[in-house]
Design a binder for this molecule. Sequence first.
Ligand SMILES: Cc1cc2nc3c(=O)[nH]c(=O)nc-3n(C[C@H](O)[C@H](O)[C@H](O)COP(=O)(O)OP(=O)(O)OC[C@H]3O[C@@H](n4cnc5c(N)ncnc54)[C@H](O)[C@@H]3O)c2cc1C
Length: 489
Amino acid sequence: MTYGVVDFDRRRLIAACGLATSALLRPARALGGIFGKWDEAVDVIVVGSGAAGLAAAVSAAQNGVQVLLLEKMPDIGGDTLISGGFYGAVDPVRQGAQGIDDSEELFFEQTFRNGDEKADPRLVRVLVKEAGRSLAWLESLGMKFQLTVIEIYGAHWPRCHKPILPAGSGYIQTLSAAAIQKGVDIRTAVKVTRLELEKGRLIGVCAEVDEKICFYRARKGVVIATGGFGQNRQLVEASDPLLRGLTSTSAPGATGEVMLAAAQAGVLLRDMQYIQCLPGCPAGRKHRVRLHNDVARFILVDEQGKRFVREDERRDVLCRKVLALPRKYAYSIVDNDGLESYNILIQKEAWQGIESGDAWKADTLEELAAKIDVPAEALAASVKAYNQAVESKNDAFGKSSRELRFKIQTPPFWACYAGMSVHYTMGGLAINEKAQCLNAENHPVEGLWAAGEVTGGVHGANRLGANGLADAISFGRIAGREAASSQNN
Ligand SMILES: Cc1cc2nc3c(=O)[nH]c(=O)nc-3n(C[C@H](O)[C@H](O)[C@H](O)COP(=O)(O)OP(=O)(O)OC[C@H]3O[C@@H](n4cnc5c(N)ncnc54)[C@H](O)[C@@H]3O)c2cc1C
């Protein structure tokens, strides 16, 4: 049985990206010499050095095999490094101490329902179960999280863990240190361009290294962990034409070429039309300021200075509402307490935004209104009504009383653009519970695993905030373990 699977038109996507089939996939050359055509041979090759790739590499190495990790950028980290770092998991200890009820069943129900039941429920079950185990695994490797959890924007429940180190740096630091300690060979500036097949089985990859082409043989298997395709404008627009011209929050490496190579190798692409946007730079601007991270701390106003949506609305619904505004962007507003509750990198973004003209601060709401060019009385009235809602726990827009916790009252007041920026691509390679890539007949493609944002089917039509990292680490661990224990050699 398949669930909401879309056998996306691979040819159309590949054509949209201007890539020729032959450029993506070549048959293996004849063997000869000690490694034949191969420049090197290892047990497991992992492609991509974000959370999924590093987790896969550590997990494979923990299972006793030789691992080579290839990253195309000069530095490791991908989107994981620049992410907010929030990690969704049921956690009886931290949530219990805060009096928050939670369960894997509730986590499943919220993830599946908020994705419009388009995800594969078997994958969602794995996610909600493994998220907690992966959290404990990260801690066992030395990663530190704060003692309290919050509900970030779009997460719909307070189960988001905040690392001690800012943004996503803790994941990359912890996992790369563990990988190096376990003997994983991490190489940067190696761009995988093709997958090498033999009789339907993945046996290696081809990559550009400096000016050269190198062939790497994988005796046991290849794990694709190359992240999303948010920076590939052609592919984004081919998948969802409404998003034409929008900026992206992703790192420059999120271009999707290995996903397309896998599709050419026969892996099913699913859910490609589901692309998530988040408040970011409006079209044409470059500096992103995130004042919206904690749903209890910010409000959104339109060009009239009025709220128009509950801030804890689903990310896809909120996106459509913002794109329907006359200027196609809104403003996020926080007070100084709100800003100071954010990590140091977000605070720095805000200060830099003042310099670049993407954020504003003022001692009064009237002054702030003048700076962002909205009617002063309307903005003051919006904030006043919101503060009353915090007191009464009853919001006219329906924001959950759970998140009506902080008034906007401490100057200086801050504002930034809340345009819509392509943030997370829910579609990608179809996988099963063991992270094996699946073909159109739902059969595993031998020798090939995938994890993280490059996959489809875990989130459905809309991803819950903080589920991206839990997905990447959990399926990365599974993929690494499964590839390592493969009987192929
Ligand atoms: C600004 C921002 C904030 C976010 N905040 C959160 C958050 O707080 N919580 C949350 O859960 N999620 C968050 N997300 C989403 C989260 O970052 C992703 O879900 C997660 O990082 C994906 O991990 P990954 O390992 O799959 O991909 P990535 O971390 O993107 O890693 C993929 C790597 O593969 C490399 N690669 C790509 N192509 C090739 C190739 N051809 N050859 C070799 N290497 C290649 C890339 O360069 C990259 O380094 C955020 C995303 C962004 C952009």
